[in-house]
Design a binder for this molecule. Structure first.
Ligand code: DGL
Length: 262
């Protein structure tokens, strides 16, 4: 197979990265995608950087063995912990992600932004550097959302428990005067409607899924790795999207289908 027509690997601690996968599939509909949810080891957010890096190396090894041409780390927590080691180890384009502090700071009128993320992301050196670079002119209020990823992993997007956690975590940001809130974990776009409901329509919610897809496209273009199947594919034939999980939950397939949307 030509290197252009190899699949793109996308990984996350669990199902959260599917929110990024959707943007990638929409922007690059002719690319074959391989998604890995490391759900047996989710959440990453309360693990040490060394533990997260170990898991990321195992998942990346698996995807490299599937001959992917590029790897998207669709997880803020994993990027913060492991991106340097992944890039030092594997010789393919590796795209990571970080909470959207920069666009949020630019969008805020109150000069106060909130960041919802995992504890792992918030305490990382990468996040400290992000605040140093882009958070200087605004007040940044952060909130670790312990337990929220687990609800989303179970497919519980609208339950009383999920809503109560979101209310508990979003309220302090509002009290501090944030008018823009960063969804700094790829799981959270799946409960964006609940968050918006809790914080109200006047608050802007920002995530980075679309930006990551654009960055991936740029890198593939630069390296001459965009799929050439567009010309060859009959119009009724779509690219392949494979999902792989090590989840032991009985409803893993239903949760994946629900979040992917078909
Ligand atoms: N989806 C992940 C992120 O973007 C991490 C969730 C977790 O495993 O704690 O940070």
């Amino acid at each position: 197979m030509s290197k252009q027509n190899k699949p793109i690997g996308v990984m996350d601690s669990g199902v959260g990265g599917i929110s990024v996968l959707k943007h990638i599939h929409a922007l690059l509909p002719h690319e074959d995608l391989m998604y890995v949810a490391d759900s047996l080891y989710a959440p990453y957010g309360n693990k040490t950087a060394a533990e997260i890096t170990n898991r990321c190396m195992i998942v990346a090894d698996y995807l490299i063995a599937q001959d992917v041409k590029a790897l998207v780390v669709a997880c803020n927590t994993a990027t913060a912990a492991a991106i340097d080691e992944l890039r030092a180890t594997f010789d393919i384009p590796i795209i990571g992600m970080e909470p959207a502090v920069k666009p949020a700071a630019a969008a805020s009128k109150s000069g106060i932004i909130g960041v919802l993320a995992t504890v792992g992301t918030l305490k990382s050196a990468q996040f400290a550097a992000l605040l140093e670079n882009y958070g200087r002119d605004v007040k940044v209020v952060t909130q670790g959302c312990v337990g929220l990823v687990e609800c989303i992993e179970r497919g519980e997007l609208d339950t009383a428990e999920t809503k109560a956690l979101i209310r508990q975590y979003a309220t302090p940001l509002l009290v501090e005067g944030a008018d823009t809130i960063v969804l700094g974990c790829t799981h959270y776009p799946f409960v964006k409607h609940v968050i918006q409901n809790v914080v109200g329509d006047q608050i802007t919610l920002i995530d980075t899924g679309a930006a990551v897809a654009k960055q991936l496209k740029r890198q593939l273009e630069e390296k001459g790795l965009l799929s050439t199947s567009q010309q060859k594919m009959p119009s009724n034939q779509k690219s392949k999207v494979h999902f792989w999980t090590n989840s032991e939950a009985e409803n893993a397939e239903q949760v994946t289908a629900k979040l992917w949307g078909n």
